[in-house]
Design a protein around this ligand. Structure first.
Ligand code: PGA
Ligand code: ZN
Length: 428
């Protein structure tokens, strides 16, 4: 008997934060340990992502996952039983081979990522280690700097504004706990400002306030005022980070800003963003141009990449090859790391390693459809990722992750210190 040999693999259908079905995998080892993980789901997805298996048809808008759950209980369980849960690379390679498709659509990216992450949980439990430590963390690991949404938009808010995420980054914070304290004050202040202006309409998919703004730029003004109202210095202590998610409104070099009532070409988009960089304390921009516009992405990185972090999400889809090619071409300078875009933990790790080898930033990220699963926090700490993106400072599928970070911080010698400011583009 080996402590980490897989004894059973069980799939079940549970529900995500949008009330849609999702896949959970529970794995036990011969020593009686067990681990489980749930698949998240994106709404503004890149075309190169691993594809979830959904039933289609009338039930639950076609989002049901009984087929993906069957993948787990039949083929995946039969294949993984008897394998070593601690052999993540070997096990993931078997899953990829078993699926046999380029984009994991046969068994389902949702079935595969839940199985792959459940194996890591089961192995860590069998070895009696917290997951972050099993994944490489040590007593002096650092916590990742949080990137936290204050206003939601784009595909997560009925396209009420075009830009998807208006976030803040506590660039002056020294600990994870301090970054959360400061963000809690900004989130409260933003809610009060919106209430005072008669603009408070609840929250978007990731818990950021619903963006009842007259234009995209108005949100930036409110966010800067919220930072000031929280008693923080914009730029010095608390900076702004944006996910433009431009693939959602840009195609073929035309960017349709519905809220602002204008169409921009690549060059005009870049000029608009550069204008914002000059007027607001922005330190990071994700997907400034669309996934079909690498020339535009490169032009933006050439123009602004020395001053700001330029993150590729839709264009890179957590794919190591794409990260290497984009680094060689100077197309961005950081990658968003979402396990379910890759479909297995080893491929996610490969994308992260490719970013590190290129001297890039890497932001471990949740999806807009989430669950109480906190695996990504352990990945970020265990792998030594410097940043973590989880959505807003509200809704328990988000708070579960921030709270898990606080628990991990308590176990560390440094009690949750963040990387020094000089570790980030804005500190250099
Ligand atoms: P998604 O949004 O999960 O809907 O893709 C998150 C992001 O774009 O970063
Ligand atoms: Zn994104």
């Amino acid at each position: 008997m080996s402590a980490t040999r897989i004894a059973s693999v069980t799939g079940r259908r549970l529900w995500d934060s949008r009330g849609r079905p999702t896949v959970e995998v529970e794995m036990t080892t011969e020593s009686g340990a067990s681990g489980r993980a749930m698949a998240p789901a994106g709404a503004s997805t890149g075309t190169g992502e691993a594809v979830d298996r959904r039933d289609g048809g009338g039930a639950f808008g076609g989002f049901d996952v009984t087929g993906a759950v069957a993948s787990v209980n039949e083929e995946i369980a039969a294949t993984l039983r008897g394998m070593d849960a601690a052999d993540q690379d070997g096990l993931d390679a078997r899953l990829i081979e078993l699926d046999g498709t380029e984009d994991k659509r046969r068994l389902g990216g949702n079935a595969l990522i839940a199985a792959s992450m459940a194996a890591a949980h089961a192995a860590a439990a069998a070895l009696r280690m917290p997951l972050w430590r099993y994944l490489g963390g040590s007593d002096d690991s650092l916590l990742p700097l949080p990137e936290i949404q204050i206003f939601g938009g784009g595909a997560h808010a009925g396209r009420r504004v075009d830009i998807q995420d208006f976030m803040c980054i506590a660039v002056g914070a020294e600990t994870f706990a301090q970054a959360l304290d400061w963000t809690a004050e900004v989130y409260r202040a933003a809610g009060s400002l919106m209430a005072g202006a008669g603009k408070l309409r609840g929250v978007a998919d990731e818990g950021g306030f619903w963006p009842a703004f007259d234009g995209n730029e108005e949100a930036l003004g409110y966010l800067t005022r919220a930072i000031e109202a929280a008693g923080l210095e914009p730029g010095g202590q608390m900076a702004i980070s944006l996910d433009i998610a431009a693939s959602e409104f840009g195609r073929g070099g035309v960017y349709r800003l519905a809220r602002d009532g204008r169409d921009l070409d690549s060059g005009a988009m870049i000029d608009m963003l550069k204008g914002w960089l000059g007027r607001y304390p922005i330190v990071s921009i994700e997907d400034p141009l669309a996934e079909d516009d690498p020339k535009g992405l490169k032009a933006f990185t050439d123009a602004a990449g020395a001053a700001v972090q330029v993150i590729g999400d839709d264009y890179l889809v957590t794919n190591a090859e794409r990260v290497r090619a984009a680094a060689a071409g100077g197309i961005c300078n950081a990658v968003l790391v979402k396990p379910n875009q890759a479909g297995t933990l080893s491929e996610t790790r490969a994308a992260f390693d490719a970013a590190r080898a290129a001297g890039w930033g890497a932001v471990v990220s949740a999806r807009s459809g989430e669950t109480e699963d906190v695996t990504i926090v352990h990945l970020a700490v265990g792998w030594g990722a410097k940043q973590l993106k989880v959505g807003a400072f509200a809704r328990s599928e988000r708070m579960a992750k921030w709270n898990e970070g606080l628990r991990i911080a308590d176990a560390l010698d440094n009690r949750g210190a963040l990387p020094p400011r000089t570790a980030f583009p804005w500190g250099r």
